[in-house]
Design a protein around this ligand. Structure first.
Ligand SMILES: [Zn+2]
Length: 455
């Protein structure tokens, strides 16, 4: 399985250092809000990656952190007047529910930052002992960027001209403002009740130290693979490398993989443009997790993805075609032409996760089955879906209705019971606008996706 390593900017064969299990760390959500679809592009990419690793016969141990203490979570909790843990719990639960909606396989470990403060303090202490970190007047601890010779290696930037000894207290900053970054942040008024005692005084960890400490705890001081969105590459991942390698003297991560940006209708997602969507927003509009997943993964992960509603329409139609075709597929001896499609699919997946090409192989298979019959092709669909995770096998699953559709159907059932035919028709219209058609039968309402009804 060949992948693109952002660190060397070249292709590399992905293989676990222990010959068995790919140990993989993925930067997880900051749980101060509902995650948006840009976030989910990265999580869906990582899901396909871990599925592809297993598809190739290797095992996976994936660790994804939950950032439940940082500037944003503290601000949110204190503004709401609730303890930090209560504030973040709601968003942690929402995050896991969202992952399930997108058929994203759970990671093996989800460490929360607030459960690992001692590990972070220990790592900062190690850096202090090595003389590569220092305590500032206010009780914060900073990493001396100038003292770490490899700094800038991941971002491929020579920082020599900029190493002015500036300090940067914020977790995020751009390449022009590189400076010593915070490992530990001294308590300040705005932190309210949030803080932990440390050898340097009361405070809280910086964001970057969290990932170095927790990844090494669960995966070892050198591990196989670290991924994230391209936004995380600098400064977050650059700083993770500096912290870990300065402390251990060992290579931190063998392969780095980053997925590109997501745009909505050709523009950067922003609340002011009205093109900012959480997963929940899209589910409420009547799209299913499966359709959204299809759009998120059906682009090469290193290419920008333009998320548009006509892409969701296409996903709905394409998946309906696959569903109808899979119904004709049976177990048994796989015909040669179907094995060839699987070979094409496998080659595409193993060519740096070329999912558009992998999907093309799936749709060629659909065309073949529609022409030649589905005998013996079910194992091929199942094998492809180990990576894709978008095919419904079996009728029961196909009746899965989005929450918003279910809600409208309940309202409509109540309206019909009350013989309010006007309201019943109005709700039928609302359902139609979401792409669903309703038929009334003796058994109640039968709801099908409009594309299925057309077919
Ligand atoms: Zn991270």
């Amino acid at each position: 399985m060949k992948v693109f390593n952002s660190l060397t900017r070249g292709f590399v064969e992905l293989s676990p250092v222990d010959g068995e299990t790919v140990r993989m760390y993925t930067c997880g959500p900051t749980v101060y809000n509902f995650a948006h679809i840009g976030n989910f592009r990265a999580y869906a990419f990582e899901d396909v990656l871990r599925r592809a690793v297993k598809f190739n016969g290797m095992k996976v141990k994936q660790v994804m952190n939950l950032t439940d203490v940082d500037d944003k979570t503290i601000r949110g909790a204190n503004a709401a007047g609730v303890p930090l843990a209560d504030y973040t719990r709601r968003y942690k639960e929402a995050f896991f529910a969202d992952l399930a909606r997108l058929n994203i396989e759970p990671a093996e470990v989800y460490p929360a930052a607030t459960d690992h403060i001692p590990e972070m303090i220990a790592l900062v202490a190690r850096l202090m002992e090595k003389g590569i970190a220092y305590r500032s007047e206010d009780g914060s601890v900073y990493f001396k960027v100038r003292e770490f010779p490899g700094y800038g290696r991941l971002a491929h930037i020579d920082f020599d001209s900029q190493r002015t000894g500036l300090r940067c207290a914020a977790d995020e900053y751009d390449k022009e403002n590189v400076g010593d970054f915070a490992l530990w942040k001294a308590w300040e008024e705005s932190d309210g009740p949030v803080g932990w005692d440390s050898p340097w005084g009361r405070g809280r960890p910086g964001w970057h130290i969290e990932c170095s400490a927790m990844s090494m705890k669960y995966l070892g001081e050198t591990f196989d693979l670290h991924t994230g969105g391209i936004d995380n590459l600098f400064p977050h991942h650059e700083n993770e490398i500096a912290q870990a390698e300065a402390a251990t003297g060992k290579e931190f991560v063998r392969v780095w993989m980053h997925c590109a940006h997501l745009r909505v209708n050709g523009e950067k997602m922003s609340k002011s443009l009205g093109n900012f969507f959480t997963l929940r927003d899209l589910l409420e509009k009547g799209w299913t997790g499966r359709e959204i997943r299809f759009v998120l993964i059906n682009a090469h992960y290193r290419s920008g993805l333009n998320f548009a509603f006509d892409a969701l329409e296409n996903a709905r139609r394409a998946l309906a075609r696959v569903d109808a075709c899979v119904e004709k597929a049976t177990d048994g001896e796989t015909p040669g032409w179907a094995s060839e499609r699987l070979d094409e699919f496998t080659a595409a997946v193993n060519d740096d996760l070329n999912l558009p090409k992998a999907f093309a192989a799936l749709f060629e298979l659909v065309r073949d089955v529609n022409g030649k019959g589905g005998g013996g092709t079910l194992p091929v669909f199942r094998r492809m879906d180990e990576v894709l995770g978008v095919i419904f096998f079996g009728r029961a699953a196909k009746t899965e209705l989005p929450e918003e559709v279910r809600r409208l159907l309940d309202l409509r059932a109540a309206a019909r019971k009350a013989r309010d035919w006007g309201e019943s028709d109005r709700l039928r219209g609302e359902l139609a606008a979401l792409g669903w058609s309703v038929k009334d039968s003796r058994g109640g309402q039968e709801c099908t996706r409009a594309v299925d009804a057309v077919k």
